[in-house]
Design a protein around this ligand. Structure first.
Ligand SMILES: C[S@@+](CC[C@H](N)C(=O)[O-])C[C@H]1O[C@@H](n2cnc3c(N)ncnc32)[C@H](O)[C@@H]1O
Length: 187
């Protein structure tokens, strides 16, 4: 039974479609999956994706690197959107973990690279310090943390003229409902 959480973006079909599209937008916008300043992963490297959602970053990484020897672990407070084991390569694994809780001992100091993307939407301001501390506990000495977020509060859609509707933006129902209620963190 997944732990109850206050995740406002939901985990239904529409939410999964959104994550799928976003992962291509992120890849194309940034131009990389692993930041170019991060050295190549060692042959038997170990990568974590925290707040993995559907495990999309890991599956893209696997497609790009084609290294079966690298172990890739996806963690999320709720893994119901992750693909079943039979649908992913043998070196990708998913596990439930609430990242604001201390990591289990077997995960500590294990990872060459810990990645996060778009996780702050589910994190309370008062939990950020615990999150950062827990992420650092996952890293091997000299390991890397790569973390991607967007500015949720000042984002907008720029159109060529004012008459162009911004339908997609206004149809982000969960976010808009919470905006209207002033319930998003930081509002
Ligand atoms: C917007 S989704 C992003 C998913 C994925 N990182 C991506 O970019 O495709 C945010 C994810 O963070 C997860 N999450 C939120 N709070 C979390 C926590 N405390 N610990 C672990 N995962 C969390 C949510 O369950 C959700 O799957």
């Amino acid at each position: 039974m997944p732990e109850q959480d206050q995740y406002i973006l939901q985990r239904d079909f529409q939410a999964s479609c959104r994550l799928n599209l976003q992962t291509y937008l992120w890849r194309d916008s940034l131009g990389y999956i692993i930041h170019p300043t991060i050295p190549p992963l060692p042959a038997n490297g170990h990568v974590a994706d925290v707040g993995t959602g559907m495990g999309l970053w890991l599956t893209q990484l696997h497609s790009e690197q084609q290294k079966e020897s690298i172990r890739m672990d996806g963690f999320d407070i709720d893994i119901t959107q992750c693909p079943p084991a039979g649908w992913v390569t043998h070196n990708i694994h998913f596990r439930r973990w609430n990242a604001i809780e201390p990591p289990p001992s077997e995960l500590r100091g294990q990872f060459d690279l810990v990645h996060l993307r778009l996780v702050m939407i589910g994190i309370n301001n008062e939990d950020v310090s615990a999150l950062v501390e827990n992420l650092s506990l996952l890293l091997k000495p000299g390991g890397w943390l790569q973390w991607e977020e967007m500015n949720n509060f000042d984002n907008n859609i720029v159109t060529v003229d004012e008459s162009t509707p911004k339908t997609a933006y206004h149809r982000t129902p969960a976010v808009d409902d919470h905006r209207a209620e002033g319930a998003l963190k930081g509002e």
